[in-house]
Design a protein around this ligand. Structure first.
Ligand code: NAD
Length: 247
């Protein structure tokens, strides 16, 4: 049996599927990932949370990168991988999509917001670090564009940052708890497009496998969690998921 046949069979036999996606699912939408050749890390090292809070220079650099990246992000559309997951969700097979991505493409493909668990936040808006008041990126851009003035919160004067989780920043508790619950309750846990080296996120597939879920990893290259997996496919996500879901 081919790997694709095996994946189809696992999907057919499962009722509580949970997807866990990383930057790799969005490369086919034109958004670079972190660790592939040409990925974001070849250009920039990430700015740690403590540095963002401590240094105005780091904050300016973070906003500069954000608005550069925004030119790609704002026009990105869901691809075959996102559509295949949404169609499995609509068929009642998928309980939740846990994503490390901040691009909102699962929701755009039709997975309801409530069932997309964003463990690294969302990059489509900004938030005050002190009082959590939301601010649109457009409002930040207007302040920043002319002379790189840093945005501050209109309610409390606090530091404003994209609503994403940076390295060194606390993980969102509710989302992490729900992810662990979903992992425990799943019968099939499918990772799509993650190098599985960023913790605590990468611990979630391990929890699923330890609680009896079959673990499938679809990723161009091997990952450190491959020995937990029932099936690994080193293939392109869009084509793989399109073929097995026939969307
Ligand atoms: P990563 O860059 O570490 O790993 C991505 C993996 O996907 C790589 O192993 C790569 O080989 C694989 N891949 C890339 N394109 C693929 C394709 N078409 N088919 C199959 N495999 C493919 O990403 P990560 O594990 O998600 O961790 C990095 C962090 O970066 C995450 O926290 C995420 O929030 C953030 N990030 C998000 C976006 C986004 O929102 N689209 C983009 C870049 C980085």
């Amino acid at each position: 049996m081919t790997e694709l046949d095996q994946l189809s069979k696992l999907i057919d036999a499962s009722e509580n599927i949970v997807f866990f996606t990383g930057a790799g699912i969005s490369t086919e939408s034109g958004i670079p990932d972190f660790r592939s050749p040409g990925g974001l890390w070849e250009k920039n090292q990430p700015i740690e949370f403590s540095e963002f809070v401590r240094s105005e220079r780091a904050r300016r650099e973070a906003w500069r990168r954000k608005f550069n990246m925004q030119t790609v992000m704002k026009d990105a559309k869901p691809n075959d991988g996102h559509h295949a997951i949404a169609s499995l969700y609509q068929a009642g097979k998928v309980n939740a999509v846990i994503t490390q991505n901040i691009d909102g493409l699962h929701q755009l493909a039709g997975v309801p917001e409530d069932d997309v668990i964003e463990i690294h936040g969302n990059g489509t808006y900004a938030k005050c670090l002190s009082c959590a008041k939301k601010m649109s990126l457009e409002a930040v851009r207007k302040i920043f564009a002319k002379d790189e003035t840093l945005p501050t919160c209109s309610q409390c004067g606090g530091i404003v940052k994209t609503a994403t989780i940076s390295f060194g920043q606390a993980m969102p508790q509710e989302e992490m708890q729900r992810s662990e619950m979903e992992a425990i309750e799943s019968d099939l846990f499918i990772v799509a497009g993650s190098s599985l080296v960023v913790y605590p996120a990468a611990g979630i597939p391990v929890i699923a496998a330890q609680h009896g879920a079959k673990l499938v990893i679809i990723n161009r290259e091997p990952t450190p969690l491959d020995n937990y997996a029932t099936l690994t496919l080193n293939s392109e996500i869009g084509e793989t998921l399109r073929t097995v879901t026939k969307v």
